[in-house]
Design a protein around this ligand. Structure first.
Ligand SMILES: Nc1ncnc2c1ncn2[C@@H]1O[C@H](COP(=O)(O)OP(=O)(O)O)[C@@H](O)[C@H]1O
Ligand SMILES: [Mg+2]
Length: 371
């Protein structure tokens, strides 16, 4: 058993998130669309898949992250629909027949594949928006006739806002989602700024469509129980409080980094103690230094300057005092612009004590020269 997966955490590897899970299940059963929001790698996809496993409805996971054009979005969504049809129809022959009927009026060719059906598009087809709306409506009809509930999970949905020139795809999905009783719609988004533009703007179709579930970090007490139990299984030995404290300090309970660090530690033959934990993290930081530096090179000089400053000063509350602007060596208006972008891009967040904090503990440690 992999206790600390660095891809998705489901089944036994899924830690806590009990409240979010039950809210997901409640919404699924109540036919309410859901939006999952958090920065990258906090656990949106894991939570969604875990909820789908619990409720045991067929689902299609449509990851829009790699969509580069409106056509890609359309293709990905329709393949999700094809995948669901595959789960609604038991034999390949019936499926081909059903899907053939289903897509014929949309001028889409259907090819049978292992995971349902694959769709091939005709260049002169009807508009993308129409195709999406009609397919979603038909999917609903079929699910309803079969008295089955299915789930369409549109992951990394901010891409739609980024790519689509107008709101027509959103409008089509909203229309289908509002009428649907047998297709449940789950959306997720990592870029807060783009997601808020899509879902919180009164003028756009998704305004007030979904129950918004914001994922925070999993709390230390839950992780303590989980990590203790996992290391006990692996080493038949108990990880001490001091070691746990160091793990939490280094990773700041960021879901991905907790798993990354613990998975590196569990490669050792014996249970690691504080010193080895620190060395392991240090090695990890150094190994990733150049790729982080490449990523940060894309920020403006002022943004980088401010980020480096915050990496070294973890207890900053006000950013615009004269003393501070001198210290950072930027004008107060430059700081204002830089911090707005850093927050918008999820590099920085304001914590419960109103401190400006760097969101990613790896980036923080690459920048603060502690190692
Ligand atoms: N509930 C959880 N319990 C344990 N680890 C988790 C949990 N949720 C996420 N993780 C870990 O965090 C990382 C990112 O999870 P993922 O679901 O891909 O996040 P997102 O979809 O928000 O980018 C993965 O390494 C995963 O193993
Ligand atoms: Mg994800």
């Amino acid at each position: 058993m992999n206790y600390f997966p660095t891809y998705l955490a489901i089944d036994e590897a899924f830690c806590n998130r009990k409240e979010e899970l039950s809210r997901m299940i409640y919404n699924l059963k109540g036919n309410a669309p859901v939006l999952l929001i958090s920065p990258r790698r906090f656990g949106k996809t894991s939570l969604a898949l875990q909820a789908f496993k619990q409720i045991k409805w067929p689902y299609a996971h449509v990851d829009l992250y790699k969509a580069l054009s409106q056509e890609d979005i359309e293709k990905y969504i329709l393949n999700g629909v094809g995948n669901l049809l595959g789960q609604l129809e038991s034999t390949p022959k019936k499926l081909l027949h059903l899907a053939g009927d289903f897509f014929a009026s949309l001028q889409i060719k259907v090819v049978l594949e292992k995971a349902g059906v694959k769709l091939e598009f005709n260049q002169n087809k009807i508009s993308a928006t129409d195709t999406i709306l009609k397919s979603l409506e038909k999917l609903h009809e079929i699910a309803k006739n079969k008295k089955k509930h299915v789930i369409l999970f549109l992951d990394e949905f901010q891409v739609v806002g980024e790519i689509a020139k107008n709101n027509s795809i959103e409008a089509a999905i909203r229309e289908a989602a509002q009428k649907s009783t047998h297709v449940a719609y789950i959306f997720s988004g990592s870029n807060r700024h783009l997601i808020e533009e899509i879902f919180n703007d009164k003028k756009r179709p998704f305004y007030k469509l979904c129950d918004h579930i914001k994922l925070n970090r999993i709390n230390q007490d839950e992780y303590t129980k989980y990590i203790q139990a996992a290391f006990k299984e692996i080493y038949k030995d108990i990880i001490n409080q001091e070691s746990l404290k160091i793990i939490f300090e280094l990773t700041e309970c960021h879901a991905y980094y907790i798993n990354k660090l613990c998975s590196l530690l569990s490669q050792n033959k014996i249970l690691a103690h504080s010193k080895e934990i620190l060395i392991t993290w240090q090695r990890f930081v150094l190994e990733n230094k150049s790729s982080i530096e490449r990523e940060l090179a894309l920020l403006s000089l002022n943004q980088r300057k401010l980020l480096i400053f915050l990496a070294n000063e973890p207890r900053i509350t006000g950013l615009f005092s004269k003393e501070l602007t001198q210290q950072v060596n930027l004008t107060s208006s430059s700081i204002q612009r830089a911090i707005a972008t850093l927050i918008e891009k999820d590099y920085v967040y304001i914590d419960e004590n109103k401190f400006y904090k760097i969101l990613d503990p790896l980036i923080k440690d690459v920048l603060n020269n502690k190692f």
